[in-house]
Design a protein around this ligand. Structure first.
Ligand SMILES: Nc1nc2c(ncn2[C@@H]2O[C@H](COP(=O)(O)OP(=O)(O)OP(=O)(O)O)[C@@H](O)[C@H]2O)c(=O)[nH]1
Length: 371
């Protein structure tokens, strides 16, 4: 079964230390022998650096233990997320410094939320809810109003939290899409390493047959990291994807990740091609792809919402990954997504290193946004 989409995540606390959630493979799926069997644990085994058993056979090369229970790793992640979103947090926080609770404050807050890419719908929703709360609780102090806004934002974003489940299918097939340069290939690399770190064997499909360099990039990366990459010289992306699924089934691989070429939602023929890739993956394995993910660049602003809508309509997305929140991202678009098209956000990225990709956590995100 595909996990219910748009559902509430199973873990709300410290997801940094519970990167994935493991589920047993559904019994009706034939399980072939796997070279690196996943440890039979019902939920994610947060890595305890020294004591954790090695996941088997192949060495996991140079991945970093993102799950290591190191407070400094958590701190560093939070401070970089805060730095990435500092423009928005500065604009929002300054409003509440010694402010009177009046129409002027609400007008300034409206402008700041719109500036942060929250969009009309989420902005209006937050303002109305905040005004109600201020009235009901008779809040007179700016700090209390800011705290109330924080709670409202967390409540708005929390339904987007969702743990990424491993081990429910054999293999779990993931299709990754997005506009050009959103960070798909980089994210696939990071995810592959995180998954290896959780004892999962991974196979990648170079479904970006449009850009030769993209295929090469993935091949080189695969060699360096001991991950098999299925590719074809001048291939049809659907055929490459189909081959990868077959190969994953034959080899008993845990995860098959299918990269696709970047495309704009306005390129309708390319959106049709994506639908075809998805259909063909389904022919390769019943119920696949189990995860249909969209990678969005956090700097895209309100256009990110248009991307989510368009890709969701074409592919029925199961999740989002938001990258580059370390740049000039304003962060508010996630509120717009929550209100208008609440596709779960599995991971957010704040840089190019492996540990720069972490599960989305609403409370952490709002903490970075509002301080
Ligand atoms: N700062 C920053 N850069 C990132 C992040 N994720 C990816 N990048 C960079 O963004 C650029 C594009 O990443 P790719 O992974 O090639 O993007 P893509 O979506 O596969 O690109 P196409 O195949 O051209 O569609 C690269 O230079 C990455 O290093 C992130 O979280 N932060």
């Amino acid at each position: 079964m595909i996990p219910a989409r748009h559902g509430r995540g199973a873990f709300y606390s410290t997801p940094m230390f519970s990167f994935f959630k493991k589920k047993p493979v559904t019994p009706d799926v034939p399980v072939t022998s796997t070279p690196t069997p996943a440890p039979a644990v019902p939920t994610v085994a947060p890595a305890v650096p020294a004591a954790a058993p090695a996941p088997q056979a192949e060495p996991l090369l140079d991945f970093e233990m993102e799950t290591a229970a190191r407070p400094e790793a958590k701190q560093s992640w939070m401070s970089r997320l805060k730095a990435g979103l500092s423009k928005t947090s500065a604009n929002l926080s300054v409003l509440f410094v010694g402010a009177r609770i009046d129409d002027e404050l609400y007008e300034e807050l409206e402008a700041a939320l719109l500036m942060a890419d929250a969009g009309m719908d989420a902005t209006q929703y937050l303002l109305d809810a905040l005004k109600r709360k201020v009235k009901e609780d008779k809040l007179l102090d700016a700090a209390a109003v800011k705290a109330a806004l924080k709670v409202l934002m967390i409540d708005l974003l929390r339904p987007l939290e969702k743990s990424f489940e491993l081990g429910r299918h054999q293999p779990t097939v993931m299709m990754i899409s997005g506009v050009n340069g959103a960070g798909k290939t980089t994210t696939i690399g990071k995810l592959a390493k995180h998954m290896q770190a959780h004892g999962q064997s991974v196979l990648l499909a170079a479904g970006d047959t449009f850009r030769a360099a993209a295929r090469e990039q993935l091949m080189v990366w695969g060699q360096r990291n001991n991950v098999t990459v299925v590719s074809q010289e001048s291939g049809d992306p659907a055929a490459v994807s189909y081959d990868a699924v077959q190969s994953g089934k034959a080899k008993g691989t845990n995860i098959v990740m299918i990269d696709t070429a970047g495309r704009l939602p306005t390129q309708l023929h390319l959106m049709e091609e994506l639908k075809k890739i998805k259909r063909v993956i389904g022919k390769g394995m019943d119920g696949a792809p189990h995860e249909t993910l969209l990678v969005i660049d956090g700097n895209t602003g309100q256009n990110a919402l248009a991307q989510v809508k368009a890709f969701d309509e074409a592919l029925q997305l199961t999740g989002l990954i938001i990258t580059k929140l370390d740049g000039t991202a304003k962060g508010g678009v996630i509120a717009a997504i929550a209100r208008v098209r609440p596709v779960p956000v599995y991971f957010i990225g704040i840089g190019e290193k492996i540990e720069d990709l972490q599960p989305f956590n609403a409370a952490e995100f709002v903490e970075a946004l509002l301080g």
